[in-house]
Design a protein around this ligand. Structure first.
Ligand code: NAD
Length: 242
């Protein structure tokens, strides 16, 4: 970690995750939010005091070391472009990215430290490893991934569900079937179900609050700051999981 506070730019600052990040960033004396970017640039009342810029003027953002991006896939390319032009690192949790957008992350990682994760909770990082192990031990069993989220979520299946599916694949399991449920204000639930002859194994994670993702992302930012360019993984950087 550098000696002076890490200067953060929050992309998607007015959103559900952006607001949680701003509230919790204040708990870290070694992090300083320099500005927020949102689609309109309007400042929600509880964020007064924070300079907010509309996406169209994000090029005018003050100097920053790391961008924290929790926005939408449609806003992602300009976020990456700003990090590239400022040589600033990126911690991103935006989901629904295309293969081209994922490639852009790899290209950016040649220049600056980059960490993208579909999920910033410790529980899901561990779940992912358990899912890989279960798939390796039960390669013939059917696999279903059921995810539930609030009604405003744009992408389906969720980024986390797809990442859990990738863990099944890494373990050599059957290609999973995905189901998505959108209801009320569910923060995020993921069930990975392995079904064999006469028995069923269920592995579930339930997020009780968005704060767990925001805390994970802020901790990732603290640990990423000052590192050499490259692609970093949340599970490895925070939990030491290979
Ligand atoms: P939200 O809709 O509440 O907020 C989206 C934010 O992006 C807003 O600030 C909005 O102004 C901004 N935005 C929208 N279009 C924009 C544009 N064209 N240019 C710039 N900014 C733009 O969404 P949310 O619930 O906060 O989720 C944000 C993202 O984070 C989603 O992709 C969601 O799936 C993801 N997410 C990831 C994790 C994780 O742990 N990785 C956890 C929760 C949510």
């Amino acid at each position: 970690m550098p000696n002076s506070p890490v200067r953060l730019l929050i992309h998607g600052a007015s959103g559900r995750m952006g607001r949680a990040l701003l509230r919790l960033a204040a708990e870290h004396g070694d992090l300083r939010v320099v500005a927020g970017i949102s689609r309109s640039g309007r400042t929600p009342p509880e964020l007064s005091g924070l300079p907010m810029l509309p996406a169209a003027h994000m090029g005018e953002a003050p100097a920053f070391d790391l961008m924290l991006d929790f926005s939408l896939a449609e806003a992602f390319d300009s976020a990456v472009a700003l990090c590239r032009s400022r040589s600033a690192g990126l911690v991103s949790g935006t989901t629904g990215l295309s293969a081209t957008q994922k490639q852009a992350l790899d290209t950016l990682a040649q220049q600056v430290p980059v960490l993208w994760s579909a999920n910033f909770s410790a529980g899901v990082a561990v779940l992912s490893e358990l899912v890989r192990q279960a798939a390796a031990a039960l390669p013939e069993w059917d696999v279903d991934i059921v995810e539930s989220h609030h009604v405003h979520k744009k992408d389906a299946p969720s980024g986390t569900a797809l990442a859990l599916g990738a863990a099944v694949e890494r373990g050599g399991g059957r290609p999973p079937a995905y189901s998505s449920l959108r209801a009320g204000d569910i923060v995020g639930e993921h069930l990975v179900q392995f079904t064999g002859p006469g028995e069923r194994l269920e592995l579930t994670h339930r997020a009780g609050s968005r704060d767990i993702f925001a805390r994970g992302a802020l901790e990732a930012a603290r640990r990423l700051a000052g590192r050499p360019p490259g692609s970093y993984r949340f599970a490895e950087l925070l939990l030491g999981l290979a």
